[in-house]
Design a protein around this ligand. Sequence first.
Ligand code: ADP
Length: 136
Amino acid sequence: MYKKILVPIDLSHAEKASAMIDIAKSLAGDNLRLILVNVVDDIPNYVSIDMPSGIVESQVKAATEELNVFAEKSGIEVVVEVRNGQPASEILSVAKDHDVDLIIIASHRPGLQDYFLGSTAARVVRHAQCPVLVER
Ligand code: ADP
């Protein structure tokens, strides 16, 4: 049923990444088309003005390399997307662009389990146009 699956990975809390990729594999089996996405947060203008130019580009490059490691470890063909902006909006936009069947997202960063959903996960659950599986 689910073939094209999007897994957003927060690289500063990536503990759940492998578990989410395994869920995608178990749901789609040999038909899986996996998309991994990371969003490099926007830097507010009042901060970026004091920062060296090219900082976002180098963050995007580093994030792409980190996602490629997850992609290689998965042993399957993976599409890797790194975007810059507001995480939930960009995750939803990637889901739309790739017309995915399912998003698998972690409920929150580790240590914040008292909250029902993290802020990004909550926005994605609320606004996605496809099913969302929340990994707890
Ligand atoms: P919290 O508010 O506790 O940090 P979040 O909702 O931000 O929780 O994070 C939950 C999940 O949302 C992450 O494990 C990841 O799947 C996704 N996510 C959050 N931020 C990003 C990001 N910048 N890029 C990609 N995925 C993200």
